[in-house]
Design a protein around this ligand. Structure first.
Ligand code: GSH
Length: 240
């Protein structure tokens, strides 16, 4: 299926029985989490990308939240990226994204909560307004990222999941990929002297084939976010 983002006037691509479909958008960090889950687990699927600024009418009728990502297979529809990742992990055997023990799953949930409320929200504030963070917000963001650095130190492993990436790694990754492109830290990437373990984690993540395949450059992110609020935001034009 083509990567092209469908907009008004497009038709709903016909659904095939037993084929898992992801409605996504190439620049959406939440949809990228699902792409990573699908690819790490080796799940066969198709992707329908949506122009989220000018959505097709069938998309809004079918999915009233109007947001991507959404998963659909036969009569099942699942949305919200973290819920989608856990759903995929529970339904499809093989590579496991969630931790093995209830205690570790509880620890991961706590970290996930910190990340979603204190880090992702701050990084992606740009998504809606493209206002930079002020000095105080930047300091708070860095303090929250300190907690992730400490957690990696505690876990003594290259990935949050252990020796291979898991749920936390794929939920966190898209925001870290975007920190530089979205100019969250004034055009810098994550300071390696303050975050040595997270910097190594980023290097390790970039070696994972599923991550490499979904990776967009800092320049592509920058151009996408700068353009998002224009009358005709760019989607396919930036993919090249
Ligand atoms: N909490 C949701 C998740 O994790 O899936 C957020 C999904 C979301 O905000 N998606 C954005 C979207 O569809 C794209 S990154 N925006 C379209 C709109 O706001 O109308």
């Amino acid at each position: 299926m083509s990567e092209k983002h469908l907009g008004p006037g497009s038709d709903l691509p016909p659904l095939k029985k037993d084929t898992l479909r992801l409605y996504g958008m190439r620049f959406c960090p939440c949809a990228q989490r699902i792409v990573l889950a699908l690819n790490l687990k080796g799940i066969e699927h198709e992707v329908v990308n949506i122009n989220t600024k000018n959505k097709p009418s069938w998309f809004i009728e079918k999915f009233p939240t109007g947001l991507v990502p959404v998963l659909e297979i036969n009569d099942q529809i699942v949305w919200e990226s973290v819920i989608c990742c856990v759903y995929l992990d529970e339904v499809y055997p093989g590579y496991k994204l969630v931790a093995e023990t209830p205690y570790q799953r509880a620890q991961d949930k706590l970290l996930l909560d910190l990340f979603l409320t204190k880090i992702a929200r701050s990084v992606h504030a740009h998504y809606r307004s493209y206002d930079g963070l002020d000095e105080e917000q930047k300091a708070l963001l860095l303090e929250s990222i300190d907690k992730l650095e400490n957690e990696l130190k505690k876990r003594k492993s290259p990935y949050f999941r252990g020796n291979k990436p898991g749920l936390l790694d794929i939920v966190l990754w898209p925001s870290f990929e975007r920190i530089e492109g979205m100019d969250v830290l004034d055009g810098d990437c994550l300071p390696a002297d303050r975050f040595p373990l997270l910097t190594s984690w980023m290097d390790a993540m970039m070696d994972v084939p599923a991550v490499k395949n979904s990776l967009l450059s800092a320049d592509q992110h920058r151009r996408f976010y700068k353009n998002l609020h224009s009358a005709q935001p760019l989607f396919d034009e930036l993919l090249g």
